[in-house]
Design a protein around this ligand. Structure first.
Ligand SMILES: C[S@@+](CC[C@H](N)C(=O)[O-])C[C@H]1O[C@@H](n2cnc3c(N)ncnc32)[C@H](O)[C@@H]1O
Length: 751
């Protein structure tokens, strides 16, 4: 409710200019008596209680001549006159608004305080009539009545309903939200239990937040210039309405430049389709009941034609991921775009034209089209296509729709069929005469960087498969288009699978995790409907969230839950170190407990958030991989309350910093649309057990790094909340909790 500083300064400046020139030119200001009345009547549209404010709005019209505005607009003198009137009306509206607003706010606050004191609860003012509540009634029109007789009082229903406990001040999340970097104007948001004066300490004192170091993270305080003052909108809109009623047009107001100096919002939209401008915004805003405003403009519904025009642009932004309800979902839509069907560009014979060698003596290159192309003598035909099951065929159709020009030899690996069969099937599905443009120079499969297909990073944005041997296990990796989706067709039993995610930000990331056998691509055939590709995709993505090597395969069923809402029953309670997380049901070792969700942030933002972590002495930041970390300080799920426990056995001399022994462990796995941190039980546990996770050897050292000695770097400056991140630069990152180091370098302790 405070006036914006920038707007206020501009206005003061304008007012000074106005005062300088007022004496000399006041006689030139032409204003009609009718216009004067208009301003007065615009001002006095309020109730009796506001008359004392509006009565001030009187423009000195003693010297005004009739009708001068319409004619005066084009010469400099006319504009000058208009400018003065505009300034005067703006000034008076401004003063009137802030005088009114103070009383309005006081009255509002007093009313709220009264209700609090009385313990009264706000009553609903909306009731739904029987017609509306009856599901069998016709869908339209629904009748909603407001009446005092049948008012529904919700106070009884919520008699036992208390405000959220403090620990729930964090926004609940079912999946990670991709934030990347905080904006320049990242504010310091106190937690629920602290106030703006600092974090309360046990001795009754307060740890004050060091803005200095925090601000250092940002090159400028951009919010000062970008901030739109909502009060100013109200004042300017009231002013323009008054000026309009005085026959001063928007064009004339804009021409004098007064408004542009107070607010960067243009008065009018640049075009009818452009909704940026004071007038357009006023139509959408709910202004405070300032009596200087004309009655609220009716909200304008968007024209159906606009919706139709925007449809193709808007729809792709809605997340196709059924577990996600975000309209613009960077987490899912960037990484798992809808797999658009492709059209074939290669005639059959051209599939053999990429210069690769036959994959086997039965390869299609040695028979069929390849034979024709290369002039070789044909290899014996493979088993007849007729032996394929309907499911096999449907699976191949799905794949060919995803990449019509995929190499038969690659598909053969995935399908566990002969490439000759696949070649003939594809020829039937896309007969050569239907393939419009022939582009023999464009191969659908780019050779991998090393000329072999066993380089997992050699994949490109197309359907291809790679075979890769790790510790005598073999798996195949399928990358479909740009999706971060992999389908593993493995030899039975535990395998090592590598999951590659195309992170559209800064760098791609690769994580490794051990999995049990994951479903074969045949599962795609469970979805005979061609439109079910997304379902297939989701299924595989969920299946990727596999489990420990050697763990019972029943865990794979739970993987569907990893991407969403599944979690063991837990409760947050007071513990030895603030709140802690306790089981409400028993679990067995290796059982999946929940996903650690939060905001996915990049390294620079981790560094800037360090200041808040050090200030609060509480850290909710969890390393996901080299690029992203998950911070649940502002949004997350109950796993953010898992306290530290020591490792069961010493790791390189590290025995831990706490009292209890860790009974859960964490792993980075692929979830529905990205990486996630999964929490698993390390041992069998009964209900009531507090969950403890080993945060790793550096956690407490670094968390308390700036606390014991405020001048750690000896430069005489108070380092609290500032210097630790700088000190740690290069020596190891401050924030990372640790996962099991056995699962790849991203999980290694950062030294
Ligand atoms: C992820 S939070 C855990 C939940 C936290 N106790 C709360 O109330 O919100 C991690 C923070 O809890 C505190 N913490 C957790 N385990 C601890 C332990 N064993 N000893 C001291 N502090 C601990 C530290 O302040 C740490 O930064």
């Amino acid at each position: 409710m405070k006036p914006s500083t920038i707007a206020h300064d501009s206005f003061v400046h304008l007012r000074e200019e106005e005062e300088e020139s007022s004496e000399s030119s006041s006689a030139e200001v032409g204003i009609s008596s009718a216009a004067t009345q208009a301003i007065s009547s615009a001002s006095t549209m309020s109730s009796a209680s506001t008359n004392k404010h509006t009565s001030q709005v009187k423009v000195d019209a003693s010297n005004h001549t009739t009708g001068s505005y319409r004619k005066a607009g084009n010469d400099g003198k006319g504009l000058d006159s208009i400018r003065k009137v505009c300034l005067e009306v703006l000034r008076k509206t401004w003063d009137e608004f802030y005088e009114w607003e103070r009383e309005y706010c006081e009255a509002k606050l007093a009313a709220l305080m009264d209700e609090r004191r009385k313990g009264a609860r706000v009553k609903t003012t909306t009731t739904i009539t029987a017609e509306a509540a009856n599901p069998s009634s016709p869908p339209a029109p629904v009748l909603i009545t407001l009446s005092s007789e049948n008012m529904l009082d919700l106070s009884d229903a919520f008699a036992d309903f208390d405000a959220d406990p403090k620990y729930e001040s964090c926004t609940p999340l079912y999946g990670n939200v991709h934030i990347g970097d905080d904006p320049d104007m990242m504010p310091f948001l106190p937690f629920g239990e602290e106030d703006w004066d600092g974090y309360p300490l046990p001795d009754g004192g307060r740890r004050r937040f060091s803005y200095e170091g925090y601000i250092k993270e940002y090159s400028k305080l951009a919010w000062m210039s970008e901030f739109d003052d909502p009060d100013l909108d109200c004042i300017l809109y009231a002013t323009t309405q008054r000026l309009l009623s005085m026959s001063i047009s928007y064009e004339q107001m804009a021409a004098i430049g007064v408004f542009a100096r107070v607010s960067r919002l243009p008065l009018l939209s640049a075009s009818p389709s452009d909704h940026y401008g004071l007038e357009a915004r006023a139509a959408r805003r709910v202004f405070p009941p300032f009596p200087g405003l004309p009655s609220s403009p009716a909200p304008r519904p968007p024209a159906p034609s606009i919706l139709l025009t925007f449809k193709p642009y808007i729809f792709p932004f809605f997340c196709h991921n059924l577990t996600c309800i975000r309209h613009i979902c960077p987490t899912h839509s960037d990484r798992t775009p809808y797999p658009h069907p492709t059209t074939p560009e290669k005639k059959s014979v051209e599939l053999a034209d990429d210069g690769s060698s036959p994959c086997s003596p039965m390869c299609f290159l040695l028979s069929g089209a390849g034979q024709v192309r290369r002039g070789t003598t044909g290899a014996p035909q493979s088993a007849p296509l007729a032996s394929w099951s309907a499911q096999d065929k449907d699976t191949l159709i799905t794949f060919l729709e995803l990449d019509a020009d995929a190499r038969p030899c690659d598909l053969a690996v995935i399908m566990k069929k002969s490439c000759d069969d696949i070649f003939r099937f594809r020829k039937r599905m896309f007969p050569d005469p239907t393939i419009a443009s022939c582009n023999p120079g464009k191969a659908s499969l780019k050779p991998s960087k090393h000329g072999t297909r066993d380089n997992i990073l050699g994949g490109g944005p197309y359907l291809c498969s790679f075979s890769y041997g790790v510790e005598a296990h073999r798996f195949d990796l399928l990358i479909i288009k740009h999706m971060s989706l992999q389908v593993h067709v493995t030899t039975p039993g535990p395998v090592i699978s590598l999951a590659l995610a195309y992170a559209p930000i800064r760098s791609a990331s690769v994580s490794a995790s051990a999995t049990t056998f994951v479903p074969s691509v045949k599962d795609a055939s469970a979805n005979p409907n061609k439109a079910s590709k997304v379902a297939v995709q989701k299924k595989y993505a969920a299946a990727q969230c596999a489990v420990l090597a050697g763990a019972p395969s029943v865990h794979a069923i739970q993987n569907n839950a990893l991407a969403g809402k599944y979690r063991k029953a837990v409760e947050v309670r007071q513990s030895a170190h603030g709140y802690g997380l306790f089981l409400k049901e028993s679990v067995v070792a290796n059982e999946f407990l929940m996903e650690y969700t939060g905001e996915a942030i990049l390294e620079p933002t981790c560094v800037s958030r360090d200041h808040l972590i050090i200030h609060r002495q509480r850290n909710y930041l969890f390393s996901l991989h080299k690029t992203l970390s998950i911070d649940s300080s502002l949004a997350g799920d109950p796993s953010r309350f898992i306290n530290h426990g020591n490792p069961p056995t010493s790791v390189d001399g590290y025995t831990g910093a706490g009292e209890g022994i860790a009974n859960v462990h964490s792993r980075v796995e692929i979830t529905n649309g990205g990486h996630g941190i999964m929490i698993y039980a390390a041992v069998d546990m009964d209900a009531g057990t507090e969950l403890l996770l080993d945060y790793g050897p550096n956690f407490f050292k670094q968390l308390h790094g700036g606390d014991d000695d405020d001048d750690d770097d000896g430069d005489g400056a108070d380092n609290e909340g500032v210097a630790v991140a700088e000190e740690e630069e290069g020596a190891g990152k401050f924030i990372y909790w640790d996962d099991d180091p056995e699962y790849g370098e991203e999980q290694e302790y950062r030294e």
